[in-house]
Design a protein around this ligand. Sequence first.
Ligand code: GRF
Length: 221
Amino acid sequence: MTKLRIGVLVSGTGSNLQALIDASRGGRLDADIAVVISNKAGVRALERAREADIPSVVVSHKEFKSRERFEVALIKALRDHDVRCVVLAGFMRLLTGYFLDAFSGRVINIHPSLLPAFPGVDAQRQAFEHGVKIAGCTVHFVDRGTDTGPIIAQRALQVRDDDTAETLRARILELEHQLLPEALQLLAEDRLRVEGRRVLIADEGRRAVDHAALDKAERGA
Ligand code: GRF
């Protein structure tokens, strides 16, 4: 079976990208990282791609007159690498419906809060300043809103009295590195089914879409 080909969009450090590279090389993620695309040149994430011999491309939003033209270039770079699923791993640009339609139902984001609490930027600080006792991260499908799409997986931790916004950020990041490859593995195994707002996960070894049964039904058997 051909492996799921993913394209990872980044803007900065790329520690989540690294978690995906390590999981894929370590046999915990049955997917190939086909390309890494950054909207900023010179970021650590691009170095990580180079170190892992993964093709990388810079598509700078600053070089395009409109959001749509920027997205046309992103889509082209992804298609050139035969990408089937797009992962936003610290990608700091909002994508429009135009981009989402090109990869319909196959764009995934990692967000450092327990959504729907604290969407948007600096979520860990928002959570810390709000005084929450439980914090964490979310992997979700991307829809047209900001961090509003159907939730695939979440992981939580308890906020400690001696946490600061910075220690909380670091502790959540560790959870992100576990959760993102795990959630993508579910997609790679074709075990996710979206029903309205809910993402249902088929048991291990069973695909959410039973392709054999569908084929049989189509043949009228
Ligand atoms: C992560 O906290 C991610 O959830 C958020 O941006 C950060 C990116 O970190 N969207 P990195 O670039 O993967 O190290």
